[in-house]
Design a protein around this ligand. Sequence first.
Ligand code: FES
Ligand code: FES
Length: 157
Amino acid sequence: MSVTFVLNDKSTTLNAPDDKPLLWALREDANLVGTKYGCGIAVCGACTVHVDGVPTRSCVTPCSAIAGKSVTTIEAIGSKSPGGFNAVQKAWIEHQVPQCGYCQSGFIMAATALLEKTPEPTDDEINAAITNLCRCGTYPAMRAAIKKAAQLKKAGA
Ligand code: FES
Ligand code: FES
């Protein structure tokens, strides 16, 4: 079976079974390995991508569910921003957020989506919206970086 959808702004057809998780189609069939496998059961958020702008756990999203939709991955999230990094990525660098880095692409996808809906989130709003897990405990740095990203975004970054 095949699935046709928009992947990082390009119409794409992947030969993948309907029930193949989008995560594995991205990694194995589209060669986009920035999206990570953590738990496989929609808990950790390492596999977060945007589907029609909505942060989505790709490990539990079958390919059949994305036909005709628009998927954005970490590889392209900053592609329309000056320098190729969006405000969240710039703030992440400024605050040196990552430790091991494994969870970070999922967090950046979730944080980017949060700022689209809530331009100046409080700590409580960040905690409620972003349920991803980081076993290195980078949560305080991430919250600070999200607030910095909100300022950068407001300034047009
Ligand atoms: S790998 Fe998808 S939520 Fe953990
Ligand atoms: S930076 Fe290591 S798991 Fe989050």
